[in-house]
Write a protein that binds this ligand. Structure first.
Ligand code: SAH
Length: 294
């Protein structure tokens, strides 16, 4: 069986960084590719799984640091497929969540190139797992809203604050670091209580994850002081408060409990999140097993 038919493109979710969060299908596709075009957010641990004979091409998009524009990326994957390559387009998280997947799907289809999607674990799911919290909460957080706070022009945010300021929802804000003050102001002005719990998670699922808990009114300060250079997701809503009292008083959880009063980075050396066991990660892919049909 041909794992990826020559001339085919797969948009593959690389997950949030931890290679153990790759789907089995994603791993098999990575091993079956002849060329992989990958984003800057794809974790090094995932790239380490790529067999040496596979051509790895960085098309490294990070906010404000685009190494290739979207049209160039569209053209590159189409060109490679038309040349008969087995193309994997490897994207951070899930390709269908703030991943510009539509442009790439459209470009492939317009050129007559077969294209498929392999989903991945999105950043908000990994962030909630790092916090040890659920994104939804029975009777209290009955909606989960994914929203990007990245504006096309870099100018104001064109978001419908009235619908986002829902006390019964959890908001997962992607690309929200720079716009955190606008997000807090927009939500509070639209009626969300300033004391609404907020969690900021940087480098979710990675060895250097940091988590920080605060309230909506303190979000701007927290985003400025607690976050560094890594990708970060902001989770807003009552669900972010759940279970704090029941969790063991590790340094990390103590910080979570007091952070709404005194913001401070909780990335301490003793944090269990920071001390993730890197040695438990799997070695390079064996590239065996049944491969998904192209
Ligand atoms: N398709 C991706 C999102 C791409 S948009 C997904 O499903 O996760 C890029 C944004 O995703 C970043 O600015 C950040 O807000 C978030 N993100 C991606 N990886 C992350 C990680 N490991 N930790 C925290 N946030 C992350």
């Amino acid at each position: 069986m041909t794992p990826i038919a020559p001339g085919t493109v797969w948009l593959v979710g690389a997950g949030p960084g931890d290679p153990d969060l790759l789907t089995r299908k994603a791993e098999r596709l990575i091993c079956a590719a002849s060329v992989i075009f990958y984003d800057a957010l794809v974790g090094q641990g995932v790239l380490d799984l790529v067999p040496p004979h596979v051509r790895l091409v960085s098309v490294g998009k990070r906010s404000g640091r685009h190494s290739k524009d979207q049209k160039t990326i569209d053209a590159l994957i189409v060109e490679a497929a038309l040349a008969g390559e087995r193309v994997v387009r490897l994207k951070g998280g899930d390709p269908a969540i703030f991943g510009r997947a539509t442009e790439e799907l459209d470009a492939c289809r317009a050129a007559g190139v077969p294209v498929h999607i392999c989903p991945g674990v999105t950043a908000a799911s990994a962030a909630a797992a790092d916090l040890g919290l659920s994104l939804t909460l029975r009777g209290m957080a009955r909606k989960l809203i994914f929203v990007t706070a990245h504006s096309k022009s870099g100018a104001g945010l064109d978001l419908d604050w009235a619908s986002l300021a829902d006390p019964d929802a959890t908001l997962a804000v992607y690309m929200g670091k720079a716009a955190a003050p606008l997000v807090a102001r927009g939500l509070i002005d639209a009626g969300l209580p300033p004391e609404t719990p907020v969690a900021l998670i940087e480098n979710a699922s990675r060895g250097d994850v940091t988590t920080f808990s605060t309230s909506l009114s303190l979000l701007p300060m927290a985003a400025q002081t607690a976050l560094q250079d890594g990708p970060a997701v902001i989770l807003i809503g009552k669900a972010m408060n759940a279970g704090l009292g029941q969790r063991p008083a590790t340094p990390r959880n103590t910080a979570l409990a007091i952070a709404s009063a005194v913001p401070a980075s909780i990335a301490s050396a003793s944090s269990p999140a920071v001390q993730k066991d890197r040695t438990s990660r799997r070695p390079k892919a064996g590239c065996s097993g049944r491969l998904p049909k192209a």
